[in-house]
Design a protein around this ligand. Structure first.
Ligand SMILES: Nc1ncnc2c1ncn2[C@@H]1O[C@H](COP(=O)(O)OP(=O)(O)OP(=O)(O)O)[C@@H](O)[C@H]1O
Length: 264
């Protein structure tokens, strides 16, 4: 479904400074796989998601989606195949538009038609049904501007908008991290429900070890621009949070030692 081969990306910061962020990432996600991605700060997790989404061109390597080489496709073209939810609830929805207008916008995107925000009766009933099923109190607020919603409600809406277009791949970049614990749990439950209902293929960045092991079917760990751990099946089931924390501390410790060597 998603196949990454030899991805490299170095950010050039001016004054001759360079920051390598991806140093040869190889990764295959099968259709319907739900992988979580952890790693210390600066490991390259968001850069990897950006490379897949086409936010920038990679320096080397290929990105394949459904067997198509999309490496040179611009972001907007890849967006027809890829849904994405960010950490910031403000990024996935348009604050000045109503809940139903946001949903209409998402549906129009999924159908590859021009944007049409006028919502008719049948469509409104369909939206109400979707939101009713979430049980987050959104169904009665179809005509309210999204700017009036709580962060959790807004993130739930962003998730529904990303899922209803039936993307071939869903990228979740710490999408529950900015929410309070109750909202975070609700949005994570909703994520699992939507993923199961639509049979989505998912790559989800998280800093929560428990989530990284218990949510989805595969756990990846990055360090210094590479995937350094890939757990699934029995290995994953046997791995406890403590074991993962220990592996994480080890890669982070190594990073600190390397940084000290560099600074020294
Ligand atoms: N636009 C950019 N310009 C310059 N450097 C960047 C840019 N984006 C990322 N980097 C650098 O690339 C490296 C990887 O960053 P990235 O944001 O992908 O890490 P991350 O694993 O997502 O970290 P975090 O968990 O803190 O979000 C870091 O050294 C970061 O400073």
């Amino acid at each position: 479904m998603l196949a990454l081969e030899g991805l490299h990306k170095t950010f050039r910061l001016g004054g001759g400074w360079e920051r390598p962020a991806l140093r040869g990432v190889d990764l295959v996600l099968q259709e319907g796989e739900f992988a979580t991605l952890i790693g210390p700060n600066g490991a390259g997790k968001s850069t990897l998601l950006n490379a897949v989404a086409g936010t920038f061109r990679v320096d080397a390597g290929t990105v394949r989606l459904d067997g198509q080489d999309v490496t040179r496709w611009p972001e907007h073209r890849r967006a027809r195949l890829i849904g994405r939810v960010f950490q910031d609830p403000l990024r996935g929805t348009a604050a000045s538009l109503t809940v139903e207008e946001n949903l209409a916008m998402a549906r129009a995107r999924g159908r590859r038609r021009s944007l049409r925000l006028a919502v008719r009766g049948r469509e409104r009933r369909l939206f109400a049904e979707w939101l009713e099923a979430l049980g987050l109190g959104l169904a009665d607020r179809l005509k309210q501007p999204v700017g009036l919603l709580s962060g959790g409600q807004r993130q739930a809406l962003a998730l529904v908008m990303a899922a209803v277009t039936r993307p071939r791949l869903l990228l979740l970049d710490e999408h529950t991290a900015a929410l309070d614990p109750a909202a975070s749990r609700q949005v994570l439950d909703l994520t699992c429900r939507l993923v199961a209902e639509h049979g989505l293929t998912v790559l989800m960045v998280t800093h929560n070890m428990e989530q990284a092991l218990r949510v989805g079917s595969r756990t990846l760990m990055m360090q210094d621009g590479r995937v350094v751990l890939d757990l699934r099946g029995d290995d994953r089931r046997r791995m406890g949070v403590e074991g993962l924390v220990e592996r994480f501390a080890r890669v982070r410790g190594q990073r600190l030692v390397e940084d000290r060597l560099l600074l020294g």
